[in-house]
Every structure is written in structure tokens, then in C-alpha cells.
Design a binder for this molecule. Structure first.
Ligand code: SF4
Length: 293
């Protein structure tokens, strides 16, 4: 009989849950606000909020409302100043792990370190961290990029985008060890991310098919998918159960399911239940092959 395994931790992480609680609290108080960018990288959640009248705006002056909510990714300090200039009040839902990365980058900068952020240059979280160093921090996304940073005789302070892989941080740091005068690393990675990545890796090694649930634009979900694809021949990244295809599960023994930190837990659960239906009720196990991919 085939087996469907659900990760022990899936669905909203602490930071996202906290941000959504802040949204609800503010709504109940009757505070009028929009969010600066989508509150989380999940289209269903963003659509739900829109129905409640809370829009994701690109810039602060795009909202006519008196309050603007800063999402978990955080923002550079100039955004707070801009809000003040425009007479808007801030509801700050920056995840505490992200706020810590911003703080550590500022600290390194103040202590005269060359700040290096390991992460994705254009990710909003990284932009917020770099903004906390007056734009001076250097962002590197690979060991190759780290090689190009001139660290000769310098004190280097490394911080990480919260969702970054540990092996990438190690790769970057090892490039600095020979030439830098000193290298310090503030481990600003988030526990949730690490735990989910570890579990995904282990699960992917064990199963025949791995299904990762979450927004296609969610960095942490995509990372889970990358890890799954590296360790399992058949890994799929979907946003909701309708995207499942019977042929993925033809003649297999084990399926693993997990979800990104911005994925509502019920959506992961729905996918898990649907796979069980396909396997046990749909008769795909050892049965007719589907329509092809
Ligand atoms: S994944 Fe971690 S850092 Fe990102 S919002 Fe969730 S708890 Fe915060």
C-alpha cells in the first residue's frame, strides 16, 4: 500500500501568523489601512484580504487610508521617514527574525565592519537589511559572487537573509577567510526555515514523489522545492490542490507533502487529503496511467 507523509511542521510560520494576527486586531479596532506590498506571498490570502477592503499597494502614497502596514519582510528606514512625511501612521508587522537581521547589519556597520548580506539582491527583505546600512552592505548570492568582494585586510560582518541555506552561508564565509582581517557571522537565519528545510531534505530522500505547497512567488517555498528536487527525482511545486495531476502518482510507494511558511495550513492539508484520495480512491496505484504531463 502506498503511503502519504505530511511534514510535522507546515503552514504559516511564527512571523506570518503574527502579521495576520496584527491585521485582524487592527480590523477589529476599526483602523483603516492597506499593506505595503502583498502581506505574504500567497495569492489566496491576499485575495481574502482584498475582499475585506485591505489592498496591497506598491507605494505609500498609493493608499488614501491613514495607516499603512509593513509586512514580515520589513523595509528600509527611508520608508518610515516617507510615511511620516506623508502623514501616514505605520503598523509594523516586520517579523522579529527579520528585525534582528536589520539590527545586526546596523551594528556591524556602526562598528566599522564591511557588511555582507548573504541572500537575493532583489528580495524585499534583503533591500530592508541593506537599507539599514545606508545602502552600503554588499549582497552576495553565491560563493562565486563572494570571490569578487575585496575583503583584503578588512573586518567583515556577515548576516543572512532569514530563508537562506546554511551551506550557502558557509560557502560565502569560506571565501573570505583567507584575505579578511576578521570575519564575524550573525546567524540571522530563522529556525522555522532551517527546520522545514531539514525535514524536507530527509523526507525527499525517503519518498518517490514530493509535493511542495505554496505561492510560486514565495522565496521560502521555492527553496523547499529546490531542496526537494535535489533529493527526490520527482518534486512538484503547486499552489493548490487543483494543480495535482493523477499521473504524478502512478505506481509509486511513498509521497511526501509539505508547505512554505506563507502557505495557509488548511491548503497544505487539502493537498494531502486530495493525494490520499487520488492514491486510494482513484485507483492510480498500479492502475491506468493518466493523460501524460
Ligand atoms: S520564515 Fe522565519 S523569518 Fe520569515 S516570516 Fe516566518 S518566522 Fe519570520
Amino acid at each position: 500500500m502506498p503511503e502519504v507523509k505530511l511534514a510535522s511542521e507546515y503552514g504559516f510560520c511564527y512571523g506570518v501568523e503574527r502579521a495576520l494576527e496584527i491585521v485582524e486586531k487592527m480590523r477589529k479596532k476599526g483602523v483603516e489601512f492597506d499593506t505595503l506590498g502583498p502581506i505574504i506571498h500567497n495569492p489566496q490570502v491576499v485575495a481574502e484580504l482584498e475582499k475585506k477592503g485591505i489592498k496591497a499597494v506598491e507605494r505609500i502614497y498609493d493608499t488614501p487610508k491613514p495607516y499603512i502596514l509593513i509586512r514580515t519582510h520589513g523595509v528600509p528606514p527611508n520608508v518610515y521617514k516617507e510615511a511620516e512625511k506623508l502623514g501616514k501612521k505605520i503598523i509594523d508587522a516586520t517579523c522579529p527574525f527579520v528585525a534582528n537581521a536589520q539590527k545586526m547589519a546596523r551594528k556591524f556597520q556602526d562598528e566599522g565592519y564591511l557588511v555582507v548580506v548573504v541572500g537575493k539582491q532583489h528580495h524585499p527583505e534583503v533591500k530592508g537589511i541593506v537599507g539599514n546600512t545606508n545602502g552600503k552592505a554588499i549582497v552576495v548570492g553565491s560563493g562565486e559572487e563572494a570571490k569578487k568582494v575585496d575583503v583584503r585586510g578588512k573586518k567583515v560582518g556577515v548576516v543572512a537573509q532569514t530563508t537562506v541555506r546554511l551551506d550557502l552561508v558557509q560557502e560565502v564565509i569560506s571565501e573570505f577567510l583567507e584575505d579578511a582581517k576578521e570575519v564575524r557571522f550573525a546567524n540571522t537565519r530563522c529556525n522555522t526555515t532551517q527546520k522545514r528545510q531539514d525535514e524536507t531534505r530527509e523526507m525527499a530522500k525517503e519518498v518517490d514523489v514530493m509535493v511542495i505547497v505554496g505561492g510560486k512567488n514565495s522565496s521560502n517555498t521555492r527553496r523547499l522545492y529546490e531542496i526537494a528536487a535535489k533529493n527526490c527525482k520527482r518534486a512538484y511545486h503547486i499552489e493548490k490542490k487543483d494543480e495535482l495531476r493523477k499521473e504524478w502518482f502512478y505506481n509509486i510507494d511513498k509521497v511526501g507533502v509539505t508547505g512554505g511558511a506563507s502557505t495557509p495550513p488548511e491548503i497544505v492539508r487539502e493537498v494531502y487529503e486530495e493525494i490520499k484520495k487520488i492514491l486510494f480512491k482513484g485507483g492510480t496505484y498500479g492502475g491506468e496511467k493518466g493523460d501524460g504531463e
